[in-house]
Write a protein that binds this ligand. Sequence first.
Ligand code: HEM
Length: 308
Amino acid sequence: MTRDEILNKLVDKYRNQEQPMNSYLEGLLHAKPINYWDYIQVEALFGLQKTRTDFPDEFIFIGYHQVTELLLMLILHELKQATAEEGVSGKTLFEKIKRVNRYTQVAQMSFDVMRDGMDPEQYNQFRHTLTPASGFQSASFREIEYYCTDLWNLVYSHKKEELKGSKNVDELFKFIYWQAGGTDQKTGKKSITLSQFEDKYLAGFKELATSCQTRNLWQQYQRLPKEEQTDELRNMMKLFDQTFNVNWPLVHLRTAEHYLEHGQEVKAATGGSDWKKYLHPSFQRRMFFPELLSQEELDNWGKGEIVF
Ligand code: HEM
């Protein structure tokens, strides 16, 4: 654009807003230039690592959790756009899922920072100050699921057949898979980790899950005209499903084993779950797009990493 064209557009803009353009232009004379540190909010970002002990590796633990939460936030940012309206095209859906998958792969591939990047002796001491907090209480992780699939796909695996197709959000949340990570299977009593999580987030989760029932990724895919339901799109959806629901949970589980089985005995987790069982993806059998999987893929779901 030429300078005159820009000026004309500015005149139009401020006239439409009934604002005094000259005053805005004069403001430009005094405005300070933007810089990197203010724009990215570096100081605020670096002020967010509040350790509870003096073990240096606790800083890594907090920092990497924050990195992961930012990745989850970026995933949500894409998913919100992909599900904002019903008429999304196959091309847009593909691009959004590709981005979401890329972030998930970053989370999966960088998990070594947790697995090998901390001293187990330090970890096993500072972690006691975190009880009963747990990554289990990450709301972003659960919210992603509502944007991706029908809620009945997220119930206990033994309840899936019975609840298939149900739209009763209250009923489905009674059997939501993550209850198993916070409920004593013998007494049925909820752990404090789960109770706190539900007190803070359950009402919001139900609201979000209700609004996502007709617009999650699976619903968006099904609404596409047949010619836009391409193999390329289906493969990208399967890859994301595998990365989010199998590959990341597997590296996470191996990390938990690395620390909690370090030494003589298997240690209890800060969130108090039966973690070795609960965290295994073949126990949870979480999947977003089961209709896209072959019988063989369904039978082997969660048993190991697969690259499509
Ligand atoms: C040394 C590193 C880590 C260990 C030992 C660990 C261990 C565990 C354990 C044992 C659980 C089961 C719940 C409980 O009883 O506490 C859990 C759940 C969870 N953790 Fe971690 N974790 C680690 C790092 C992370 C990181 C970096 C994140 C990223 C946000 C994360 C996110 C989660 C999530 C989302 C769950 C719930 C998983 C589910 O419901 O399937 N964890 N973690």
